[in-house]
Design a protein around this ligand. Structure first.
Ligand code: CA
Ligand code: CA
Length: 427
């Protein structure tokens, strides 16, 4: 046997013996003060530069040959595919803070389908509940125009009449196809509640003027891996990968959760919890469905369960909290967090479906996009508001329900656009 053949065989056996997995190498922060002082474009550049320097130090000096690596600059980190012994070797570098195993399958909680009640109203019940018809009469043209809303989901039906010419960016993290599509249906329904129009004869979306940035991150069975969701969130902050151009989403809807229990974990070590404040500092406000694991308490999971999340529970046509809606508080190993933040219609929501059709679905997946759309309305009205200011505003844009004040079912209350408008007018 030639030396080349022996080498080939041993490499082959080595690879075979050591299964490769995904790991997240997180680097040490060199200058925490500087990091916290930067915003927007400057922060984007700083994060990219420090990650580039860290990656150079690692991969030009490491003997482990890693061919599959992706920069997760937003977290000063790199995703690698490697064997566990290869991953271990990176601990010897002084700039490495930690190595997290990744690659967990994340499944969409698709909720239930409901029979479509005969209803000839001009607006879905959800839009009526949150005060949209009233807002439309007072503010003509307030439809989320000029606001970019991201949706991380199963994609979107490109030719659905309710989204005509408003899908401005699409990226397929599943099959790398260039044109927008949805081979599941969940994403099209969610996007319909954010930004669908009235091509069915009835308004289904809160912000039918908003521009859509679509990440297809879940496959046709509604599955993905954690790493792709982190990459999708990062992509939303800077889709063209150029800090000089301001093309990021202002708001991102996330109708999914990791289903990772919090009780024995520290949110500081959860990459989904770490990415939320970074996104806000880059002026991207992510919104998360609370989850469909109610009615027991402590049923939110990351990212909704993270201290910095904006999380949304689901209500029904009679303003009752839905049974399935995940309840707070969130118990982490070292702290308790008040969640959800607010609630919105999520039971029996009619919206867009595949085949240019419409259907009714239930879940906090349907509640979160009502809030994302409302944020687009506020952003059009007050383009000067940054992500954190929009977040404060939406928590005031509620009607208190259930026990007086904040509670673990409704959060601060059910979304009410007019409450936010009143607050802005009084300022
Ligand atoms: Ca850019
Ligand atoms: Ca209450």
């Amino acid at each position: 046997m030639s030396i080349l053949k022996v080498m080939f065989l041993s490499v082959f056996l080595c690879t075979f013996a050591q299964a490769e997995n995904l790991y997240l190498i997180v680097y040490k922060e060199q200058n925490l003060k500087k990091l916290q002082s930067l915003k927007g474009k400057n922060l984007n550049q700083y994060l990219r530069n420090q990650t580039r320097v860290n990656e150079r130090q690692l991969f030009s000096n490491s003997r482990a040959q890693i061919s599959d690596k992706k920069s997760l600059w937003i977290l000063n980190a790199t995703l690698i595919r490697a064997s566990s012994s290869q991953a271990q070797t990176f601990y010897q570098f002084s700039n490495v803070a930690g190595i997290l195993p990744m690659g967990k399958t994340i499944r969409l909680s698709v909720g239930n389908f409901e029979p479509l009640a005969k209803d000839n109203s001009l607006y879905t019940y959800g839009l009526v509940k949150i005060g949209l018809p009233q807002l439309r009469t007072q503010y003509v043209g307030l439809e989320g125009r000029g606001v970019r809303v991201g949706v991380i989901d199963t994609g979107i039906l490109l030719r659905h009449p309710d989204f005509e010419n408003r899908i401005i960016k699409f990226r397929d993290f599943v099959n790398s196809r260039p044109l927008a599509y949805d081979d599941h249906g969940h994403g099209t329904h969610v996007a319909g509640t954010v930004a669908g129009s009235n091509k069915s004869g009835r308004w289904i979306g809160v912000a039918p003027g908003a521009e859509l940035i679509i990440a297809k991150s879940f496959n046709s069975r509604g599955n993905t891996v954690d790493a792709d969701l982190l990459l999708s969130l990062q992509w939303m902050a800077d889709p063209d990968n150029n800090p000089e151009t301001d093309d990021g989403a202002h708001i991102v809807n996330n109708s999914w959760n990791t289903e990772e229990p919090t009780l024995k974990r520290d949110p500081a070590l959860d990459p989904f919890c770490a990415i939320i404040p970074r996104l806000k500092a880059l002026n991207v406000l992510p919104v998360f469905a609370a989850g469909n694991d109610g009615p027991r308490e402590n049923t939110l999971t990351p990212p909704a369960a993270c201290p910095d999340s904006l999380s949304v529970g689901a209500t029904d046509q009679d303003d009752r909290i839905a049974d399935f809606s995940s309840r707070g508080p969130v118990k982490w190993v070292n702290q308790m967090v008040n969640k959800p933040d607010l609630s919105a219609p999520g039971k029996g929501v009619n919206s867009a479906d595949l085949g240019s059709q419409y259907r009714t679905r239930s879940g906090t997946s349907m509640a979160s996009p009502h809030v994302a759309g409302a944020l687009a309305i506020f952003k059009q009205l007050r383009p000067d508001l940054n992500a954190s200011q929009l977040e404060s505003l939406i928590k005031l844009s509620v009607q208190d329900l259930g026990p007086t004040g904040f509670d673990y079912q409704y959060g601060f209350g059910r979304l009410d656009l007019m409450k936010g408008i009143q607050f802005l007018e009084q300022q």
